[in-house]
Structure formats: C-alpha cells, structure tokens
Write a protein that binds this ligand. Structure first.
Ligand SMILES: *Cc1c(COP(=O)(O)O)cnc(C)c1O
Length: 490
C-alpha cells in the first residue's frame, strides 16, 4: 500500500470551513479500506467462526491503548480494513438472517455529515437547523401513520427497543401506574424488557400458535384483568401491544380487529393500543402493500424502524402518536439546556423530545433519503424487497426436498429441509455461518402439521437481490440438507 501523498494530521477537526479539506484524504483511505476489506472477505461474512475472526482482527488492530499513535492514515486503513474484512455485510445477498439492512449509500454519506457537524438534539443552541429539520420531518412521518390526527407527532429513537419503551411509558403516564400490559407470544422481547424497566408487572402473554394475536383472546384477557382487583377499586388500565411485522416471521396482527377490541373495552376501563411496527411500518410508503397496515392509524402509539425496511444506517427509530400532547410527560427542565426564560423568549425546548440527553441528528440521513428517492422511490425498494421474498418462497415450494412455512407477508421466508430434525436445521445454519457462505436466521414456529419446529429464516432486505442469488441460496441449504425426500420418514 503506497503512502498517500499528504499525511493528514490526526488532530485536525471535521467541522468548520477547513473540515472538508481534512476529511477528504481520510475518506479516500476509508473508502479504499472498505473496498479492500470486502474483496478480502469475498462473501457475506468471514469464514472460520468466532476464534478465527478474533485472531485475524487482533493481528491487524495492534494494542488497544498504544502510548504513541500511528497516524490517521494507518489507523483508518488497518481498523476499517479489518472491520470490513470481518463484517457480516447485509449488502451481500446471502446475508439475510436479521432485520439488518444494507444501508443506502446516500444515507451513509448523509450520516458522515451528521458526524462532522455533530449537532446534539438536546438543546436548540447545539442544533439550530437540525432541530428544525427534525420537527419538520417527524410531524410529516407521524401524519403518514396517523392521517386522522388530531395532532400527529413523532420522537426519533435509537430503534424499536427505545420506541417500545416510550410507548409503554407514555401509556403508563396517561392511564396510570396500575397499568397492565397484554401482548402476544409473538411480541418482541423488548416489550418485556420495557415492562421490567418501568417497574410494571410482567405482561400477560397470549399464545399465538398461528403467529398472530387472536382478538377474541385479547378481549378475554382484558375481561380477565378484573379478577386481579379488589371489588372497590377502579378497573386497572390496560395497554394492548400488537405487532405489525413480527421479528420471527414478518406476520402482521389483525390490526382493525385489535383496534375494535380495544375501542369496545374503553367504556369499561382506560385501555390503549400500542402497535410495534418496527419492521412492517415502512409498508405505508407502498401503494401495493399499504393495505396490510389498515388499522395502524387507530393505535395510540406506533413503533417504526427505518434501519430495517427503510435502508438507513443504525440508528433510525421512531415512536409516532396521533396527538402531540401525549408526549408531554417526557418534559424535563435543566437550566443549562432549556431555562424557562429562554423558552419564553422563543428558544425551542427540545429536552422533552427524548429520554436521552446528547442525541445524534439521525433525522438528517432520513431526510436526505426521502428527498433523494421520494416516497415513490422508497416504495419501489419496499416492493422489490417483498417481491424477492415471494420469489424465494416460490423457489422453495418448487423444491420437494424443502418445506416452506408460509407465503411471506413482508419479506421473511421460513423454510427447512423436509423431515430434517431441529438439530440438523440448527447445524445447517451454523455450518453456513462458520464456512462464511451465508447468514441465515432461525425461528421456532408451528408448521402445517401442527408441530412446533425450528426453521431457517431468510429476512430479505436487499432490494437489489437477483433471482440467481436466491437460487444460489436455496442450493447452499440443499447441499447441506439430509438426503431425504419430503414425506420419507428418517
Ligand atoms: C427489531 C425490532 C424491535 C427492536 O428494534 P431495535 O431497533 O433493534 O431496537 C422491536 N420490535 C420488532 C417487531 C422488531 O422487529
């Protein structure tokens, strides 16, 4: 690797008029290291498993706390290169285990500007334009989710976990500290953790054998809460948590029926509906898929992640609400950030926009993406991704040695070698990982035969995946599958 013509001073700053001049040669080094790392990896993830990956990384990264630095070029080249070589790269069509999206180049470029400018969204004097951009975009995104208002608003979060925590927190503040949570077995684990963090009783978990909540079971659970109180007390408030796009299967709970159930119950007890649409939410952009989210607008709060089906670098989460006043409990005073007289004099008070204090301008990459692609451009990516999942499902259905769990609702395909044992399914996944051939996920789900078994999970999020990539993925699994045709018992 020839040394660059000018060795940049590693103490130069990223901001100011001189910042770009300092950054340009460094970016060159970064981009070269990214390209070299991807070429050296030559696949969706590094081969060899955790020990080999750690060994190669440690060889390249040097001491963790060196007394004397090696300079900006060397540090970027060796560490970025090592990280790229050892990455599970969601831009590779065979990296499809999780809701781990390949970020758009335009969004990653915007994120670089966010890092260089480094606005912090806890006070206006740290983020004058960034905070205005955030207000502009959050209300528009919230309006997409809650078109009927009355005053849609959204908070930018670090992801679905924080958004779910805020959804539960706001429900508790609105409905009272005796709040009870009802969710399905299909709900994300962060709902349970949120209840624990908030000191609420553990959620009532309803079985979801078909992968989605049964509204009749929710109604029964709501009615059953009365058994928990003594006769004189008022009915305990309740929050029903539904999911639009489950992490395991991409299934969508019956949103209109859930909203009806909650509405019918409201006469009897304070009841609210939170929908975790971390995965499925961006279907709203697509005219072809939007109808799957009918009823979402009736939720009292909605979790949305744009670092999944929105192709943003982490982090890009949102919590939307139909009425901005419901966010008031997050308000907080700290004289150095939002003194009352500053607020009265017209400086926007940002501290109530998040439970965090220092906060990145994650809105910038989202705004840049929307401006660059438009909502129709984003919809085209959603449509292409869903079409790729349908295509993979069709390829699996056509192969007698593989079983398909169900046609995908969004972009998750569960499948397994016909008649394989759970151990064999788990082993196939681990072999593909350690050999560096494919990153597939796993999910436990009930099959058509009524048995709960382990499935391989392909979570497609790469809108540029080609039919040939999907056929190759199917072949990777087939080549490791036990040689038994469907129906032949082992
Ligand atoms: C991913 C996911 C979450 C958690 O979101 P993070 O962004 O990882 O914090 C919550 N709920 C669902 C349904 C998810 O898919």
């Amino acid at each position: 690797m020839p040394a660059p013509p000018l060795l940049p001073d590693p103490t130069l700053l990223a901001g100011g008029a001189a910042g770009p001049r300092a950054l340009r040669p460094l970016l060159d080094t970064v981009l070269t290291a990214l390209a070299e790392g991807a070429a050296a990896r030559c696949g969706p993830l590094p081969a060899g498993g955790p020990e080999a990956v750690t060994r190669r990384l440690l060889e390249r990264c040097g001491p963790a706390l060196p007394a004397h630095g090696t300079g900006a070029h060397d540090a970027l080249h060796s560490l970025v290169g090592a990280l790229a070589e050892g990455a599970a790269d969601p831009a590779d069509p065979h990296c499809a285990a999780h809701l781990h999206c390949p970020p758009l180049a335009v969004a990653a470029a915007a994120d670089l500007a966010a890092a260089a400018l480094n606005p912090s969204l806890d006070s206006w004097d740290q983020a004058p334009a960034a905070s205005a951009l955030e207000r502009h975009l959050t209300s528009a995104l919230a309006e997409l989710v809650h078109p009927e208002g009355p005053a849609p608003d959204a908070l930018v979060t670090s992801g679905g976990t924080e958004a779910n925590l805020l959804g539960l927190l706001l429900a508790r503040e609105r409905l009272g500290p005796a709040l009870r949570i009802i969710c399905g077995a299909n709900a994300h684990h962060s709902v349970h953790r949120a209840a624990w963090l908030l000191g609420l009783p553990a959620p009532t978990v309803l079985p979801t054998p078909r992968g989605i909540l049964d509204p009749a079971a929710v109604a029964d659970a709501l009615a059953g809460l009365d058994a928990l109180r003594c006769t004189t007390a008022a009915p305990a408030p309740a929050l029903v948590v539904g999911t639009a796009g489950t992490t395991d299967a991409g299934a969508i709970d019956p949103l209109p029926a859930l909203a009806d159930t909650v509405a019918a119950h409201r006469d009897h007890r304070p009841t609210a509906l939170h929908i975790d649409a971390a995965y499925g939410g961006p279907l709203l952009f697509s005219a072809a898929h939007r109808a799957k989210l009918t009823g979402l607008d009736r939720a009292d709060s909605v979790t949305l992640d744009l670092h999944k089906l929105g192709w943003q670098p982490v982090a890009a989460g949102l919590l939307t609400v139909p009425e901005t006043a419901t966010l008031a409990p997050l308000g907080q005073r700290a004289d150095y950030l939002n003194a009352e007289d500053d607020t009265e004099a017209g400086l926007p008070d940002l501290l109530g926009r998040s439970p965090r204090t220092t906060r990145r301008p994650d809105i910038l990459k989202i705004a840049v993406t929307l401006r660059a692609l438009g909502t129709t451009g984003l919809a085209a990516l959603v449509d292409a991704t869903c079409a790729a999942a349908a295509e993979l499902a069709a390829l699996i259905e056509a192969e007698p040695r593989l079983s398909l769990h169900s046609r995908p609702t969004i972009s998750t395909v569960l499948f397994r070698p016909a008649d394989a044992t759970d151990e064999e399914v788990a082993d196939i996944r681990r072999r593909l990982l350690t050999e560096g051939r494919a990153v597939l996920g796993r999910a436990r789900a009930r099959g058509a035969d009524g048995r709960d078994t382990l499935w391989l999970k392909a979570t497609l999020l790469n809108p540029h995946v080609q039919p040939g990539d999907l056929a190759a993925l199917r072949k990777l699994v087939l080549d490791l599958s036990p040689p038994r045709p469907k129906g032949d018992q082992p």
